[in-house]
Ligand binder design. Structure first.
Ligand code: AMP
Length: 143
């Protein structure tokens, strides 16, 4: 358990806004604010731990249950047929927010998506509002 406040604990606590795709008692899914591609999503366990090795089995199971469903919804809405799951643990492993999380990153034939070296652009807010609504609907239907 970590005592540190992070941007994600503030989002989980509703203290700062996010494009929320899904939430239950254990996890939250939001659009990444600096996406590698449209639909770049973060699946975040609410449990306050920094890295995956510290996560409880209960939270890990919730993440595992949601990853395929969320990926499917993101593919449907973005039209992407391919995607990467990225999960960074530690500063030297490119972690920048020290609350465990999984990236779901659509990959498009034109190259948008995960690239080395990592390249992102600021979120398109108009597109994010529409995408959030559509993904919310698909996930609700599928549960
Ligand atoms: P990592 O490098 O794996 O720790 O990824 C952290 C991710 O959090 C980055 O892709 C950031 O763009 C994203 N991020 C940081 N602040 C926010 C925020 N307020 N809302 C959504 N995503 C964020």
């Amino acid at each position: 358990m970590s005592d540190e406040e992070t941007i994600f604990s503030l989002i989980i606590d509703g203290k700062i806004p996010s494009y929320k795709l899904y939430e239950d008692e254990l996890i939250i899914a939001i659009l990444d604010i600096n996406p590698f591609s449209p639909g770049h999503t973060l699946l975040i366990p609410k449990e306050k731990v920094v890295t995956l090795d510290k996560l409880s089995s209960k939270s890990a199971a919730a993440v595992g249950r949601m990853l395929p469903k969320l990926s499917k919804a993101i593919l449907e809405i973005t039209g992407a047929e391919e995607f990467n799951i990225l999960q960074n643990n530690g500063i030297n492993a490119f972690q920048s927010v020290f609350h465990v999380h999984f990236h779901i990153i659509p990959k498009f034939p034109d190259g948008r998506g995960l690239q080395f070296p990592f390249k992102s652009t600021p979120i398109d807010h108009e597109e994010a509002i529409i995408m959030t609504e559509k993904i919310n609907q698909i996930i609700i239907k599928g549960l």
